[in-house]
Design a protein around this ligand. Structure first.
Ligand code: TYD
Length: 228
């Protein structure tokens, strides 16, 4: 039987550059001959992608914070069952764009549901699965959100920059990006509190550098932590 693989998650505010960094890391690890599964939340499975559409489409109105949290976990439970655990069992490295820390930051912090409910649901619905390493890309709220909104405006105009890892242009995934600066301030605060609580797992990386500089820092961290 193959040794259990490694589970690495990327976290950060919308527009923190985590999708770009995730793809760069995947490319580098594959170049080292490693088997890598790239996936995301909400989504990552057929069912999860349908739930994602409901959660992120700006036309979804009046979703209660508890419904939002329940849908995030519904997507995640299926994702763990269908994708993450099987890939880890095969010895693969799983790179996941967002995981339960996002729920703790956005629904727990941003929507003010608190950490306790999120952690309890994670225990029940996700068997408390913990990433081996979490990379938290940190930046000022104003910087990240402006970047996310610019990206969505570009997509609305039907254009996408070649070579950039961005959301598909035809999709409306703006519901969260319409939130206020105060909301994202709470999200960032919750993220930093998670990192302070769990410093062995969660590494805060300053996301203000160029994509190449940030990638070099992440590669060094992954090599050291996972001995790859
Ligand atoms: P994502 O596609 O990663 O957005 P971006 O590329 O802009 O960072 O995530 C979609 C949105 O879903 C994002 O605004 C955060 C939100 N989200 C939650 O609120 N809770 C969660 O548990 C997850 C996984 C995502």
């Amino acid at each position: 039987m193959a040794a259990r693989g490694k589970f690495i998650t990327f976290e950060g505010l919308d527009g923190s550059g985590k999708s770009t960094q995730l793809e760069k890391l995947a490319r580098s690890l594959r170049a080292h001959g490693l088997s890598v599964t790239v996936t995301r939340e909400p989504g990552g499975t057929g069912t999860g992608e349908k739930i994602r559409e409901v959660l992120l489409h700006s036309a979804t109105a009046g979703l209660s914070p508890f419904t939002e949290m329940a849908l995030m976990f519904a997507s995640r439970a299926q994702h763990i069952h269908e994708v993450i655990l099987p890939a880890l069992a095969e010895g693969r490295i799983v790179l996941c764009d967002r995981f339960t820390d996002s729920t703790e930051a956005y629904q727990g912090g941003g929507r003010k549901l608190g950490s306790k409910a999120v952690l309890r649901l994670h225990e029940i619905l996700c068997a408390n699965l913990q990433p081996d390493l979490t990379i938290l890309l940190d930046n000022e709220v104003s910087f990240s959100i402006e970047r996310a909104r610019r990206r969505n405006r570009r997509h609305k105009a039907g254009r996408s920059e070649a070579g950039r890892s961005e959301k598909s242009p035809e999709k409306d995934e703006n519901r969260f990006e319409q939130e206020s600066g105060a909301f994202f301030g709470r999200v960032r605060h919750a993220y930093l509190a998670i990192a302070a609580r769990d410093p062995l797992r969660v590494h805060v990386i300053n996301a203000r550098g160029t994509p190449g500089e940030t990638h070099a820092v992440i590669m060094e961290l992954v090599r050291k932590k996972l001995k790859v």
